[in-house]
Design a binder for this molecule. Structure first.
Ligand code: ZN
Ligand code: ZN
Length: 254
């Protein structure tokens, strides 16, 4: 599969972007960065977006994507999230105050809703065409579910934001042909207390998570906070685990 990393940071400036990934040009995971890095034609090819949790650095571009597609001749976008996260998206974002409830609006050119919501039951595989998506709860400040994506005989795991966790590793260890794990390391080791208090990882706790992962595939640290990106990178390297890498904003072929 092709993984386009549109945003690999937990913050943004002129050269760093909020969390957003695109698989094979049509399946997005998180939406901090989508519209800001994709042409309208690329946006219209997205069929589904999975949202790990409602923090704004993971959802910023989502309403803009829906709105852009609404104005084009694009089929409805499928919005995927765990039941609890979908509920929070409805209450906090698509609530008629911040943004409209787009599922209730019919696009003028297609006569269909701009978006359809699909709530996933955590732990239960949901099939979107040939692609399996399993939402798995992780440990963050608010309800959050990572996702295990099975596509064309390959598996990729995205934790989204998380502190130390376990269920998603158990499931990843049982999955077949895992080609990559995308997790996080937000703060450097000297800010471990902040990482713990905000339910994020540092390179040190990222290293502890690595020990729970039994498979031999690259494990990427995303969501670095910009001022500390070099420190985090060298601390990840110092773990001396050949699977451990930092995630870069580029295209990966897995
Ligand atoms: Zn975040
Ligand atoms: Zn978060």
């Amino acid at each position: 599969m092709r993984l386009k990393v549109l945003g690999a940071y937990g913050a943004s400036d002129a050269e760093h972007n909020l969390t957003g990934y695109l698989i094979d040009d049509w399946l997005a995971v998180d939406a901090g960065t989508l519209t800001s890095k994709l042409s309208l034609a690329q946006q219209s090819r997205i069929q589904a977006v999975y949202i790990t949790h409602t923090h704004a650095d993971h959802t910023r571009d989502l309403p803009h994507l829906i709105l852009n597609r609404y104005s084009q001749n694009s089929p409805p976008l499928t919005l995927l999230a765990s039941k609890e996260v979908m509920q929070l998206l409805s209450e906090t974002m698509f609530n008629g105050v911040v943004w409209p409830d787009f599922s209730a609006l019919t696009a003028p050119t297609t006569g269909k809703p701009a978006v359809q919501y699909r709530s996933l039951v955590p732990g239960k595989k949901f099939m979107f065409g040939d692609v399996g998506l399993t939402a798995v709860p992780v440990d963050h400040q608010i309800p959050a579910c990572g996702v295990i994506v099975e596509m064309n005989g390959q598996t990729i795991t995205f934790t989204g934001d998380t502190g130390p966790t376990s269920e998603i590793w158990k499931r990843t260890n049982k999955a077949s042909n895992v080609v990559a794990v995308i997790t996080e390391a937000s703060f450097p080791n000297d800010q471990q207390t902040l990482a713990d208090d905000s339910a994020h990882l540092s390179p040190q706790t990222f290293g502890d998570e690595l020990k729970k992962i039994a498979i031999d595939a690259p494990v990427y640290a995303s969501h670095r906070k910009i001022p500390f990106e070099r420190d985090i990178e060298s601390q990840i390297r110092n773990l001396r685990d050949r699977r451990a890498r930092v995630l870069l904003e580029k295209n990966y072929t897995l």
